[in-house]
Design a protein around this ligand. Sequence first.
Ligand code: HAM
Length: 429
Amino acid sequence: MPGADVNPDVYRAPVGTHDVLPPDSERWMRVVATFADRAVRFGYGLVLTPVFEHVEVFQRVGASTDVVRKEMYELTDKGGRNLALRPEGTAPVVRAFVQHHPAVPWKVWYLAPHFRYERPQKGRYRQHWQLGAEVMGVDDPDVDVEVIALAHGFYRDLGLTQVRLQINSMGDAESRPAYVAALRDHLRTAGAGLGEEFLARVDQNPLRVLDAKVPDWQPVIDAAPHLADFLSPAAAEHFARVRAGLDALGIAHTVAPRLVRGFDYYTSTTFEFVSDALDAAQNAVGGGGRYDQLAEDMGGPHTPSIGFGIGIERVLIAAEAEGLLAPDPQRLDAFVVDGIGDGTATAVVAALREGGLRADRAYGGRSVKAQWKLADRSGARFGVMLGTREAERDAVAVKDLRSPEGDQREIARADLVAWLHEHSGGDTP
Ligand code: HAM
């Protein structure tokens, strides 16, 4: 029997990944279109980078991070190159900046799949999609405000009301070393009894301990010094100007002193948008910050930059929890039912589509009754019947599929496109 030796487990999407099918994909289209529209209004251009890069590009985001240490999908291609599937979106954009040296400010947005070998759970996947934006080449705090406002307005455009903004400053090259030293001292002393894993992390990068989720470590983490107390005058001034700019735009925010974010490249402003409609373990619907040194680390010029990434799946879960973005039950304006069978239906469907309407039909010479059944199931507002009697008068019969009486009316073929445009969006004619 054909297919008898097939292992069905192999023909399933791998653990932690998902197919997105219609009609659910409609919600994706709306989320992406909403973001793209905003990004374009803010003066950002689309950037597309490869799904894989040389592994060194991603190693730049931090040797001490979970993403690089444990979660990267690494591969060797047939030419012996060491590559990795994109675990995060900033490093490839910076790599492209360094490679092509575009004029600054370079303002770009992206839509891309990301890959992290994580333990899958609701809102945490091995492939997830991000919408992101990056501005490279400006250290003006006004840019920080603009970037945050771009993301903030996107959530608002979708109607999300339970998304909160948290911000922090990671300090600059001047403030950071003193803070890291004080933090390391505190963690080593207060956490001396917490075991090897803790002390190894402290040695590698004490900042990474601050966002650790291990319950036993929390009292020591809670007692740690705050970065805000170590900011240089310049870093403190930058942070104050970002906060004042957000206030001026009416963008509510709270300062989160422990917000260090999961990558080593962050400097200065960092921020996260969290949704109270999601489980606390993965409630971040977006996050980002400044990374003023990363371009230099990749061999480029000094290029202060800032950006963010937004997880599309999480936005969709948050939207669902808030009762937003339900798929539109009216998927089509018209479904054409062919009662003639001479090719007229093909011409009518083509005319509707070219006329800007959403139109569909049945295939394979089905009976008129079967076609009406498909019309009912299709999500179309109107059924358009091509019958021999109406054809003699160059007309069609139109039936409102939403009305329980199913009244039919005759419309001249020449008027059909205009009539459907007038009626398919609105109430029962
Ligand atoms: P991130 O915080 O790692 O930042 O990811 C951004 C967003 O992607 C998160 O807030 C979350 O919504 C979503 N996300 C992350 N991991 C997963 C996952 N496993 N499953 C589902 N959603 C996920 C970055 O990636 C930085 N590149 C952001 C950035 C841009 N910073 C500066 N510019």
